[in-house]
Design a protein around this ligand. Structure first.
Ligand code: XMP
Length: 513
């Protein structure tokens, strides 16, 4: 919680949209937190919110046990904005009407403003395209409110009770496909709630520094660096706070991408002058992986080896009571709310064992990924680290199908570097969730020069995604694919064919193993 900021709470009715709403609010520089819908009203109000947003959700307000909120919230003197399900809930609880009209709307929908005095839809042209996703529709606005917009399947696409500050929109202003969606949030946050826009990157950094300082005092701190953005930003923040008290540990598993270890050295040892322990453990990881082909066994072996290596280093750092982790806000929300400290094991950096007696320092636990990137840039981290695509903990081992050998690693590393380089040159690197190469365990026949070849294919995988739970294969331009293919075949020995994976998730996963 950031008590010095005006805060808007987003009550989560069970859609992924709650996180997007909170991000939009923060983009407007107003601090926002997601709260589970089970939070008692007294607790909500104790946080002294300037506004409360009721999020969308997958349920119908008419099913038994449909999620609800204590109706006393409407008389608590705090402005309310209901979005989609949230708007229907406001209507239902305040004497409006929600019906299954059979006219559900999904996707881009034209909407017409019907009240020129609307606060949330002020200034915009009367017609605009919004993103809808609803089966039920509000057929009568809550008592005391006026209908401010309609759409073909939504007679009440937006309503406002300006006297009592109760607002509702059937559409999703948080989704980029909604025209002028940000204006809806701005109007609510500033014109209705009177918030001050104090949630800036500078304030985020200052507060994180103050919190770390208060937590660790003069004690020593350890931070594991993975090469990824989260641990890098966490380390940079802690280093800015405690300087020499921090020791970073970077375990080079030998399963990283080309140039990654050098980048960590360059950034942390040379640029930031961090006390860096660089453990070159490739041999150890590779020996442990000899003959291992099963993906889950690979993961287990890599995880265990990582722990052993880290424990050995930590033995030398026994006087450091604190361990920095790059846990982010979505990890916390997804594991059951801000009060629940259990993190999905997936995100638990390095999967360190419980018996390591560290107290955790988590300077990013309030932040979304885009905020982490922004402050990473502000702290002077290089673009390559700040914008690095996600990379699995077990690294290239799960992109080499079958045996992981030094030769195959070298092949994949080079092919992967071509993919990254070309995707960057095409200006698509940041747009893609992940783009990489995979090395399957089959061989294919080809012809090069005047000879027949019998070598390995490389599979190129590129996906777009919001959160890795689902992903769509990326429609990369054919010219880009052609450049990638011809460069891989010309530059990477042992590869004679390139294929492009056009499987989305589901049914595929993003990684091949
Ligand atoms: P999948 O392949 O399950 O991947 O669609 C979803 C996201 O998770 C990453 N991933 C991992 N990350 N350890 C990790 O830290 C793992 O074992 C692992 N497996 C997959 C993957 O890169 C994608 O972003």
């Amino acid at each position: 919680m950031a008590p010095q900021h005006d805060t808007v709470l987003v009550v989560d009715f069970g859609a992924q949209y709650a996180q997007l709403i909170a991000r939009r609010v923060r983009e407007a520089r107003v601090y926002s937190e997601i709260v589970p819908r089970s939070t008692p009203l007294a607790e909500l109000l104790a946080r002294r919110p300037r506004g409360i947003i009721l999020s969308g959700g997958p349920a119908s307000v008419h099913v038994d046990g449909a999620p609800s909120i204590d109706p006393a919230v409407y008389d608590a003197g705090v402005p309310i904005l209901g979005i989609c399900y949230g708007a229907q809930l406001v209507a239902l609880q305040l004497d409006g009407e929600v019906q299954r009209t059979g006219g559900g709307e999904y996707g881009r929908t034209p909407m017409t403003r019907t009240d020129a005095a609307s606060v949330l839809l002020a200034d915009a042209p009367a017609e605009r395209t919004v993103w809808m996703s609803h089966g039920d529709a509000i057929t009568r606005a809550p008592s005391g409110s006026v209908v401010t917009a309609r759409a073909p399947g939504a007679p009440v696409a937006a309503f406002e009770d300006r006297d009592r500050a109760r607002y509702g929109v059937q559409f999703h202003p948080e989704v980029i496909h909604t025209e002028r969606g940000a204006d809806v949030f701005h109007a609510f946050l500033f014109d209705v709630c009177g918030c001050r826009p104090t949630w800036t990157h500078t304030s985020i950094i200052d507060e994180a520094i103050a919190a770390v300082r208060a937590q660790v005092g003069e004690a020593r701190v350890v931070c594991g660096l993975s090469g990824g953005v989260d641990s890098a930003v966490a380390a940079a923040l802690v280093h800015k706070t405690v300087g020499d008290q921090l020791t970073c540990v970077f375990v080079d598993t030998g399963l990283l991408r080309l140039g990654e270890a050098d980048q960590v050295e360059e950034t942390f040892r040379r640029q930031f002058q961090v006390d860096l322990v660089h453990v070159k453990a490739a041999d150890r990881f590779l020996s442990a992986l000899v003959g291992v082909t099963d993906p889950e066994r690979k993961r287990k072996i890599i995880g265990e080896t990582f722990i052993r290596v880290f424990e050995e280093v930590a033995a030398d750092l026994a006087d450091a009571p604190y361990l920095v982790q790059g846990t982010l806000y979505p990890d916390i929300v997804e594991s059951g709310g801000a009060d629940n400290a259990t993190i999905k094991s997936h995100h638990n950096v390095g999967g360190l064992p419980d018996d390591m007696q560290f107290e955790l320092v988590e300077p990013l636990r309030n932040l979304f990924k885009d905020e982490v990137r922004a402050i990473g840039e502000e702290l002077g981290l290089p673009e390559e680290i700040v914008w690095r695509q996600p990379f699995p903990g077990p690294g290239l081992a799960v992109r080499i199908i079958g045996d992981v050998t030094p030769d195959r690693l070298e092949t994949l590393r080079q092919a992967d570097d071509v993919v990254t380089d070309e995707v960057r040159r095409a200006g698509l690197y940041r747009e893609l969730w992940q783009s990489f190469a995979v090395l399957p365990a089959v061989r294919t026949v080809g012809v090069m020069g005047d000879g027949r070849t019998y070598e390995y294919p490389v599979v190129v995988r590129a996906v777009t995604s919001e959160d890795a739970m689902t992903a769509d294969w990326a429609r990369l331009p054919h010219e880009l694919l052609e450049r990638i293919a011809s460069r891989i075949i010309n530059e990477v020995p042992g590869v004679n064919r390139v294929a492009y994976d056009i499987t989305s998730k589901p049914p595929g996963t993003i990684e091949w193993e």
